[in-house]
Design a protein around this ligand. Structure first.
Ligand code: 9MR
Length: 387
C-alpha cells in the first residue's frame, strides 16, 4: 500500500461514506465495471499465493447457475482463487446425526470452485464449537477410545469425500484457550469434547487426527488454525511448542494458520511477520485464514469515519504484507463479504464494516490497498521493508 496515499484512500472511500462526508475526488479509483480484466485480487496475486474468501455454500451457492450467477457469486469468482466453507464442513452442518452426513453445502462449494478454477480450503475437523447436539450429549460418557472412533470415522469420511479437491485443511481449530481464560493458555481439554475425553494425552489425539486426515487425502496440506494468533504472543508460543512436538513425533503437520480477526478497538501487533518466520523456520507453511477488521461505530455515527476507513485498509494490508514477506505464506483468506453476510454484527454489537466489500459489492479502500500490495509484491520480499 506504499503508494496508496491517505488522500487516495479517502477518495476511494467516497462511494461508501454517507453523502456529504467527502467531496468526490478526481483521483478516485475507477468504478468496478471499468477496471481491467487483470485488475482482480486473484490475478494480481503472486504465483503460489492464493487469495481467498469464505463463503457459506448452503446459503450462497446452492442453485448456482454458471450462466446466471448472482452478483455475489460473480465477485467471488472474479476476485478469489480460493474459497473456504464458512460453515458447511463444520460438524453441526455436515454430520448432524450419528452416521448421517449432509454434504449438499460442502458439495456446492467444491462444485463452484471447480467451475471457476478455484482451490478449496477445508474448515474444520476438530473444534470445540459448532458440534452437533448428539456429540455434546454423547461426549459426557465417552471413553477416549470411543471419542477416537467417532472422530476417526468423521475425519476419514469428510476428508476422504473431498480427497484431491482440497489444497489446505484446517484440521485442528482453536485448540488452545486464551491467556484471559481460566487456567491461561492451555489445550482446551474441557470445552473440546474430543480433547476432554482424551485429556490424559490430548497431543496424541491431535497427532492422530492429522494422521487420519493425511491418510484420507495425502495431497492436502494440513494446518493448525486459531484467532489471536497473529503476532508472537503466549498463544502462538504454545502453538510453536506443540508444532515442534508434533513434528518430532512424525505427525503430518504442514501449516499454521492465523485467522486474522482484528478490531480497530485494539492496536496491530507488528510481530506478525516475525511469528510467521518462526513457524516457517520449522518447515511449516503459514497462512492468514479468516481476515476481517471490525470497526466500532457508536450509535448515532453514520458509518465509519475517514480515519477509520484508512485504518481498516491499513490493517488488512498489514496482514497481507506480513504474508507476502514470508515465502512460506501460501494463502490469504478474507472471512466472507459483504458486511451484510458477515458474522461480526451478530457477535460484536457496535462493531461492523469488517469486510472488504460494501453491501453494494463495491470494493472498499481495503480492497484497493490489498490489490496495490499484490501488484507490487515479489513473493518473499516485503513491499514495506523491501527485504
Ligand atoms: O463465520 C462463522 C459464523 O457464520 C458461525 O455462526 C460461527 C459459529 O461459531 O463461526 C463463524 O466462523 C468462525 C470460524 O469457523 C472459526 N474462527 C472464528 C470464526 C468467526 O466466529
Amino acid at each position: 500500500m506504499r503508494h496508496l496515499t491517505r488522500s487516495l484512500l479517502l477518495a476511494a472511500a467516497g462511494t461508501t461514506l454517507a453523502a456529504g462526508t467527502l467531496a468526490p475526488a478526481a483521483t478516485a479509483a475507477p468504478p468496478d465495471h471499468a477496471r481491467g480484466h487483470q485488475d482482480t485480487l486473484r490475478r494480481q496475486a503472486p504465483k503460489d499465493l492464493q487469495i481467498g474468501s469464505a463463503v457459506w455454500g448452503q446459503r450462497d451457492l446452492l442453485g448456482y447457475d454458471r450462466l446466471d450467477p448472482t452478483e455475489h457469486q460473480r465477485v467471488l469468482a472474479r476476485e478469489f482463487g480460493s474459497i473456504t466453507p464458512e460453515n458447511d464442513m463444520k460438524w453441526a452442518e455436515i454430520h448432524p446425526e450419528p452416521g448421517v452426513y449432509h454434504f449438499s453445502g460442502a458439495d456446492a462449494i467444491v462444485e463452484f470452485a471447480r467451475a471457476n478454477n478455484q482451490e478449496v480450503r477445508g474448515h474444520t475437523l476438530l473444534w470445540h464449537s459448532q458440534n452437533p447436539q448428539w456429540v455434546s450429549d454423547a461426549a459426557a460418557d465417552w471413553t477416549c477410545e470411543e471419542a477416537r472412533d467417532v472422530l476417526e470415522d468423521h475425519v476419514r469420511t469428510v476428508v476422504g469425500r473431498y480427497a484431491g479437491e482440497i489444497y489446505e485443511w484446517d484440521v485442528a481449530n482453536e485448540i488452545f484457550q486464551d491467556d484471559w481464560d481460566e487456567g491461561g493458555v492451555r489445550l482446551r481439554t474441557e470445552a473440546n469434547p474430543f480433547l476432554a475425553a482424551c485429556s490424559e494425552d490430548p497431543v496424541a489425539l491431535i497427532g492422530d487426527t492429522f494422521r487420519w486426515a493425511h491418510e484420507a487425502d495425502p495431497q492436502a496440506r494440513l494446518f493448525l488454525n486459531d484467532y489471536n494468533a497473529e503476532g508472537v504472543n503466549t498463544k502462538t508460543d504454545a502453538y510453536y511448542a506443540l508444532a515442534q512436538e508434533l513434528l518430532a513425533d512424525g505427525v503430518p503437520l504442514h501449516g499454521m494458520g492465523s485467522q486474522g480477526h482484528l478490531s480497530l478497538m485494539y492496536g496491530f501487533d507488528d510481530s506478525m511477520q516475525a511469528n510467521f518466520e518462526r513457524f516457517a523456520a520449522l518447515g511449516l507453511d503459514v497462512a492468514v485464514t479468516e481476515a476481517d477488521v471490525r470497526v466500532p461505530i457508536p450509535e448515532g455515527q453514520d458509518g465509519p469515519t475517514p480515519e477509520q476507513v484508512t485504518l481498516h485498509a491499513e490493517r488488512h494490508d498489514a496482514m497481507l504484507e506480513a504474508c507476502l514477506a514470508v515465502p512460506s505464506c501460501t494463502s490469504f483468506t478474507v472471512w466472507g463479504f459483504p458486511d451484510a453476510s458477515s458474522w461480526v454484527p451478530d457477535v460484536f454489537p457496535g462493531e461492523e464494516w469488517a469486510t472488504i466489500f460494501t453491501d453494494d459489492l463495491d470494493p472498499k479502500p481495503a480492497y484497493h490497498a490489498m490489490l496495490e500490495s499484490l501488484r507490487e509484491a515479489t513473493p518473499g520480499v516485503s513491499p514495506r521493508s523491501g527485504r
